[in-house]
Write a protein of this length. Sequence first.
Length: 150
Amino acid sequence: MENPGTVSDPAAPDPDPGADPGRHQPPGPDGSPAQVPTPARKRVTNRRTAADWTWQLVLAMAVLAAGVLTGTTGPLMALACDTCQDGIRGPLPFGEVLTDIARYAVPLTTLGTIFGIFLSRHAARAGGIGLGVLAALLIAMTALGRFTGR
């Protein structure tokens, strides 16, 4: 005699019609729980809006301006001297390091920050970190210019 509530009998009445449809499913052929189809979920996309792109563009322009300012005025501030006869400090023992920072580190930091702004999900974080590194490079260049060989 066959059980009237099995899957083989499609006309068997549901004992609780308002309940979860997967609750009364018999186990699969291998004894595992039956796979209950779930309703399709709405896909959430992380597409950026026009306002997001505008904000990122403004942030990238600010980083670019800070990079140009750091790369051009940093070495000038490091070399400037109010009390020196010609307005420029004497021989600098760290002059090559100062030049390397202005020539390589500042542009790479600026470019990396701009890439981080547009390619990362966290544009504000990337921009803030980049601006902080540019400020640190400006301070480092100014500090290196204070040491003279005298």
